[in-house]
Design a protein around this ligand. Structure first.
Ligand SMILES: *[C@@H]1O[C@H](CO)[C@@H](O)[C@H](O)[C@H]1NC(C)=O
Ligand SMILES: *[C@@H]1O[C@H](CO)[C@@H](O)[C@H](O)[C@H]1NC(C)=O
Ligand SMILES: *[C@@H]1O[C@H](CO)[C@@H](O)[C@H](O)[C@H]1NC(C)=O
Ligand SMILES: *[C@@H]1O[C@H](CO)[C@@H](O)[C@H](O)[C@H]1NC(C)=O
Ligand SMILES: *[C@@H]1O[C@H](CO)[C@@H](O)[C@H](O)[C@H]1NC(C)=O
Ligand SMILES: *[C@@H]1O[C@H](CO)[C@@H](O)[C@H](O)[C@H]1NC(C)=O
Ligand SMILES: *[C@@H]1O[C@H](CO)[C@@H](O)[C@H](O)[C@H]1NC(C)=O
Ligand SMILES: *[C@@H]1O[C@H](CO)[C@@H](O)[C@H](O)[C@H]1NC(C)=O
Ligand SMILES: *[C@@H]1O[C@H](CO)[C@@H](O)[C@H](O)[C@H]1NC(C)=O
Ligand SMILES: *[C@@H]1O[C@H](CO)[C@@H](O)[C@H](O)[C@H]1NC(C)=O
Ligand SMILES: *[C@@H]1O[C@H](CO)[C@@H](O)[C@H](O)[C@H]1NC(C)=O
Ligand SMILES: *[C@@H]1O[C@H](CO)[C@@H](O)[C@H](O)[C@H]1NC(C)=O
Length: 657
């Protein structure tokens, strides 16, 4: 039989059609996972051919779908991590590898799920997900991403073998980080005495055991959750099978679990830091407390990062607080979503006593560096609370010296106790004395009017400062050379140090009268306490009256305004640090005649900075209190302060102008 004579164009078309058919046959006879591999490689020569063929195949055939989505690539889908969809096509329709009831996980995507006690939920992270990471890695290193088209692919061909080498070298094994947070747990029907039940994580990398659970035998790793957190690092190149088992409930527990699972090939997604609280307490009063995180950066001239942190909305930090005697947070201490649920649960339960609110902001106080700030309100006096700091990952914002946070991080929990008396009130963010952030003497008339209290103190400080500035202006400040009062110090130093000292002495740091510790000084002891009795009522001796009760030093406040306008009654003052006084003497011109009290007198007006477990021994701008962590650090023991230290001393506010 004679073949019809074909024009060169026709024969080329025929060749193309035959080639297309061959290609389709080859495609169908291939092992499905080979496609997966082919798709993961950077666009290689054969891919280019396929994509050209793809254009010739009529639409609405299955082949077109395969060629079109797999090889040709859909730039839209790719840019949005469209590989997921591509792989799903094969995994679901062609491979059908995952067993019934096994959910597929996507790299770095959290999956939240409810589960009933006594059941196990199954997941799989397919190896394509592990390998997709490699592809992404290569794409970024070859800068291929978003520019996939035939012509460019052709020019990238030279990079192909190199890329494959890279792939080979990384193919040995891969880390998979699995993290699971419990987001909800059963609640006790009455008062819980046992710890809440915890989930268990089972991991298998064997295709023979695709549903790892409590009944699995060999080759399965089981991890019981701790405090609502389970994590496992698998080293594997194969599919990872995961089971999350919810235990059957024992008597006394009611409800169900929910959890959030994430598998990542980069790093653990949700993390827990058991070594640090990352938070410091600024101060507390009887119904509120102020906390800050550590500085998030260390370079003051890193303005871009500072601006980013200061402007971040919403603030990625959250602080959770519960009364120590409440059940809140128990069993979920290492899980951010669990803590959130505990808080919501506490707020919504019928007999709720939880009325704590937290005002979260960013601040750059005292160090000029950004940090998170938490004003916790609605607290009860002389009550112990347990607190947790958590952070959500935000692209590009990572606290310095920390690994990036992808999902969430929870830091070690801590305890603190509110003050027992209402004489002290936390103030912060004053317009003039910007670095002041601690409890100052107050009284019931200011209890619900913090702005008035702030203004009273701050205006006084500003007035003093204005007079000081006038005096300073009369000194040869801005002259150069020999006319300058010091080569090392300028009037700017003097003004700064004066302001720090002034704000500290005008606004004494206030403690409960019943508090004990180094650096604390009794004030107003000739006035009755809140319950009507006189301080030291047990000691009415003449000796005590002469050495203490009738001493001017103990009968009033350092700043007379406090006694005239606020009238706090008896309280204790944490003395300012003596270096604040030394600094102005050193920095300011001699004409201003600043002097610190002589050594023998100094201990009555100033405290000494000491490091040690006893906490603050004197007050200074930016002073912070280390929190009691649950494990680790020793608990600060109060040091008894002798009442008779003060004999005669310089008191009151000594302004040498
Ligand atoms: C998993 O790896 C991370 C990062 O390397 C590490 O911090 C973590 O402790 C590991 N977790 C487990 C359960 O081994
Ligand atoms: C257990 O929970 C269910 C639903 O939340 C509720 O209807 C039931 O009253 C609870 N049982 C007890 C004993 O608290
Ligand atoms: C990070 O570590 C360096 C070196 O230890 C330290 O100097 C810096 O202060 C740290 N940064 C922060 C924000 O703590
Ligand atoms: C809530 O309070 C009421 C009355 O005070 C009490 O009868 C009830 O048992 C309380 N419910 C719970 C769950 O504590
Ligand atoms: C602190 O931040 C505010 C704005 O958020 C800015 O105006 C101020 O200059 C900053 N202060 C310091 C000392 O960096
Ligand atoms: C504070 O509470 C503790 C016990 O919780 C008690 O011993 C102490 O006396 C209380 N302090 C004041 C000043 O009420
Ligand atoms: C500061 O910003 C740059 C780029 O915006 C970033 O690469 C760097 O890691 C940031 N540094 C810190 C300490 O956050
Ligand atoms: C400031 O100086 C003026 C005039 O010398 C004086 O009347 C005023 O009391 C001074 N203010 C303070 C707070 O000392
Ligand atoms: C008043 O309170 C103080 C300490 O807070 C206590 O020592 C004293 O006994 C109390 N007096 C009366 C009459 O309750
Ligand atoms: C000591 O002072 C108190 C209060 O002013 C007074 O009641 C008491 O009588 C005095 N004791 C003596 C021995 O003077
Ligand atoms: C009363 O105070 C004096 C002087 O400080 C002291 O010597 C005495 O022991 C005190 N008495 C009591 C009962 O505390
Ligand atoms: C914190 O409070 C809890 C509950 O009151 C207590 O069991 C624990 O010992 C406290 N921890 C510290 C470090 O104070």
């Amino acid at each position: 039989m004679q073949l019809p004579k074909l024009s060169p164009l026709q024969s080329r078309l025929l060749a193309s059609v035959i080639a297309t058919c061959l290609v389709i046959i080859i495609w169908i006879s291939f092992q499905p996972h080979h496609f997966v591999y082919a798709a993961e490689l950077p666009v290689a020569p054969q891919d280019v051919e396929y994509s050209q063929l793809g254009q010739l195949i009529p639409p609405d055939t299955d082949s077109e779908a395969i060629l079109g989505s797999e090889v040709h690539g859909n730039p839209e889908a790719e840019r949005e991590g469209g590989y997921v969809g591509d792989f799903k096509y094969f995994d679901r329709s062609l491979i059908g590898r995952a067993e019934e009831g096994v959910d597929t996980l996507t790299n770095n995507e959290a999956k939240e799920m409810d589960t009933t006690p006594g059941t196990t939920k199954y997941f799989v992270l397919e190896k394509s997900q592990i390998q997709a990471r490699r592809r992404a890695y290569q794409d970024s290193s070859l800068e291929l991403r978003d520019t996939v088209n035939t012509s460019e692919s052709a020019t990238e061909d030279e990079d192909g073998p190199h890329a494959r080498d890279l792939l080979q070298s990384r193919q040995g094994s891969d880390q998979v980080y699995i993290t699971v947070n419990t987001c909800q747990q059963p609640i006790p029907e009455h008062i819980a005495t046992d710890d809440p039940p915890q989930l268990t994580l089972y991991v298998s990398t064997s295709a023979n055991n695709q549903k790892p659970g409590p009944k699995s035998k060999d080759g399965v790793t089981s991890i019981t959750f701790q405090h609502g957190y389970g994590a496992y690092n698998a080293t594997t190149t194969s599919d990872v099978y995961i089971g999350i088992d919810a235990p059957a409930l024992t008597k006394g527990w009611n409800g169900s679990f929910s959890f959030q699972i994430t598998a990542s090939t980069d790093a653990p997604y949700d993390t827990y830091d058991q070594w640090d609280t990352f938070l410091r307490m600024v101060d507390t009063d009887a119904d509120s407390s102020l906390f800050v995180t550590q500085d998030l950066l260390s370079e003051r001239n890193d303005t871009a990062n500072i601006t980013n942190w200061m402007g971040v909305t919403p603030v990625p930090f959250s602080m959770y607080a519960f009364k120590s005697t409440d059940w809140g947070g128990k069993g979920l201490e290492w899980s951010k979503c669990g803590l959130q649920w505990s808080l919501d649960h506490a707020l919504n339960s019928t007999n709720s006593t939880q009325k704590i609110t937290v005002d979260t902001t960013m601040t750059n106080r005292s160090t000029s560096l950004p940090k998170g700030q938490f004003h916790v309100m609605g607290l009860e006096k002389n009550t112990s609370y347990v607190g947790f700091l958590a952070m959500d990952g935000v692209n590009g914002l990572v606290p310095e010296n920390m690994t990036a946070i992808r999902g969430s991080r929870v830091w070690n929990q801590f305890n603190w106790t509110t003050k027992a008396e209402s004489t002290c009130q936390v103030i912060f963010d004053l317009p003039f004395c910007k670095d002041v952030a601690y409890a100052v003497p107050s009284s019931p008339q200011f209890a619900n009017n913090t702005p008035a209290l702030k203004e009273l103190y701050d205006t006084q400080a500003e007035n003093y400062y204005t007079n000081f500035s006038n005096s300073l202006a009369q000194v040869a400040c801005d002259t150069k050379g020999s006319a300058q009062y010091s080569l090392a110090r300028t009037c700017t130093d003097c003004a700064r140090d004066y302001k720090a000292w002034l704000c500290s002495v005008l606004m004494p740091r206030c403690e409960d009268f019943s508090a004990e510790g180094p650096g604390l000084k009794d004030r107003n002891i000739d006035q009755p306490l809140a319950n009507g009795s006189l301080p030291y009522a047990y000691n009415m001796t003449k000796e005590f009256n002469e050495t203490t009760r009738e001493r001017f030093a103990f009968q009033g406040s350092r700043n007379p305004l406090i006694d005239s306008a606020i009238q706090p009654g008896p309280y204790k003052e944490l003395l300012p640090c003596e270096d604040l006084c030394f600094d102005i003497v050193r920095s300011c011109p001699a004409q201003l005649q600043f002097k610190c009290p002589a050594r023998s007198m100094r201990s009555g007006s100033y405290g000494k900075r000491e490091s040690g477990p006893q906490g603050l021994t004197c007050n200074f701008p930016g002073a912070l209190v280390n929190l009691n962590q649950f494990q680790g650090a020793a608990i600060a023991l109060p040091v008894r302060l002798s009442v008779s230290v003060a004999i005669s001393m310089v008191v009151g506010i000594v302004l040498w102008i």
